[in-house]
Design a protein around this ligand. Structure first.
Ligand code: ADP
Ligand code: TYD
Length: 199
């Protein structure tokens, strides 16, 4: 089973993924977690290029680098894990490209982004996508605790477009489960488990 977590930076993805992994392992499941961009040595190298605030990266180049990192992760790790019956949890997948590069940067029409996403993901589609919905204000408060990376420096208007993009995607895709990211960590975790049990 392939599960991805989505939402703006600071929405609580990593926190929930950590709890979900623990829970599934307690049920005897084999679970692998990967973050995007990253998860393989090549993809981690691409990640450092993408997030380095010193780099001035063109919008198309950014789109292709995120996609290249994904293609590597999919072929090297995700497909073999799924073939093995392992549950794969992704901290972001191609929905982030649609939201950030498609809506946020408006680099290409969304249908062209979707084509590239299908190519980079080798046609894989997550079974379930948890979207942690939070306001920009709350996300910013949570993010202030650490230094801003290159993407996080993109500004409020950029993040408004990203949020709008996610809302459009939620309307169009039944695999999205929307969670209120402003709730307590424990109540969100309970809701995630409830959704998985009903699958
Ligand atoms: P993401 O992976 O989406 O960037 P994190 O899980 O790293 O987000 O969370 C960002 C910060 O917010 C962390 O300091 C984390 O402890 C805190 N946090 C996560 N979820 C909640 C929550 N539901 N309520 C309050 N704080 C939270
Ligand atoms: P990361 O620190 O992993 O994310 P988070 O802040 O959610 O914990 O940083 C990844 C950044 O890259 C984040 O700002 C989202 C962005 N991103 C894209 O713009 N496009 C993509 O396809 C992916 C996977 C991430």
């Amino acid at each position: 089973m392939l599960i991805n977590f989505e939402g703006i930076d600071g929405c609580g993805k990593s926190t929930q993924i950590h709890l979900l992994k623990q829970y599934l392992e307690e049920q005897g499941k084999q679970v692998h977690v990967y973050r995007e961009p990253g998860g393989t040595s090549i993809a981690e190298e691409i990640r450092s290029i993408l997030l380095d605030s010193k780099n001035n990266i063109s919008a198309i180049s950014e789109l292709l680098l995120f996609s290249a990192a994904r293609a590597q992760l999919v072929q090297e790790k995700i497909i073999p894990a799924l073939d093995n019956g392992t549950t794969v949890i992704l901290d972001r997948f191609y929905d982030s490209t649609t939201a950030y590069q498609g809506y946020g940067r408006s680099v290409l029409p969304i249908d062209e982004i979707s084509m590239l996403n299908r190519m980079a993901a080798c046609g894989l589609v997550p079974e379930i996508t948890f979207y942690l919905r939070i306001s920009q204000k709350l996300a910013l408060q949570r993010r202030l605790k650490h230094a801003q990376d290159r993407m996080e420096m993109a500004g409020m208007e950029f993040y408004s477009r990203v949020l709008e993009g996610y809302e459009n995607m939620i309307k169009e895709n039944s695999r999205f489960i929307v969670l209120d990211g402003a709730q307590s960590i424990e109540s969100i975790a309970t809701e995630i488990r409830r959704h998985l049990l009903s699958k």
